[in-house]
Ligand binder design. Sequence first.
Ligand code: MG
Length: 262
Amino acid sequence: MNTYIYIYVKSIYYSMNKIFQISSLFCLSLMSTLTYAQTKFKPEDTEFYTPTLRTVTTAANKAPSDAIVLFDGSNLNQWVSSKNTSQQAPWQVKDAVLISTPHTGDIQTKQNFEDFQLHVEWKSPEVIKGEGQGRGNSGIFLQGHYEVQVLDNNNNPTYVNGQAGSVYKQQPPLVTAVKPAGEWHTYDILYTAPRFNADGVLIKKGIVTLLHNGVVVQYNTQIEGTTEYIGLPKTLVHGPGPIVLQDHGDLVNFRNIWIRPL
Ligand code: MG
């Protein structure tokens, strides 16, 4: 009887061993086939022709053809007062330039945005007065909550995470991009909004890249929360929001503002 059991177990062992050998051979053969197939790719195997892409045209000092023009020098139709969003933006337009009019309050876009490419040109006041945060201060609030600082940065020392090109009170710029006083600066901002789940929990922080006069000064900077003057950043749950321009009591000039939702 024991002999029969021994033969039976032995035959199962040999069968299992055979199955294992056959499987291993099959896997090896599949891998070599795939490797061979990879080396046999033709260039056109990884080239595709859909979707059909939109064409965007550009010209010097003009918004790209698919941009939403927020200010082109003619009017403030795209803007309202932040104090009272049913009222017109109270800032002045003179000689095709938008001037931050002291003590009238911030202005903001009528439209709300999420992820975007934003272009803004700004210039510090002609008459230099004040110092540090008190000289040529304004700011661009992304979605109304996260300030990219605008400040006269010519021989005007201040805390580095509050100078021009900073994410205010969070991240200093990588370098100080300067221009002679009286010249126009450009900001090109690439922004990915923070994301919240259905329960209002932050699942991904906002990210910003900023080119100041064509120089990268913020590179995929993680935004920690609201840009507070006093205290730590706060997490606010929000959806799409406006672009806000800050009235900090200085005559900062703006022109050629456009945005491309992404
Ligand atoms: Mg400011």
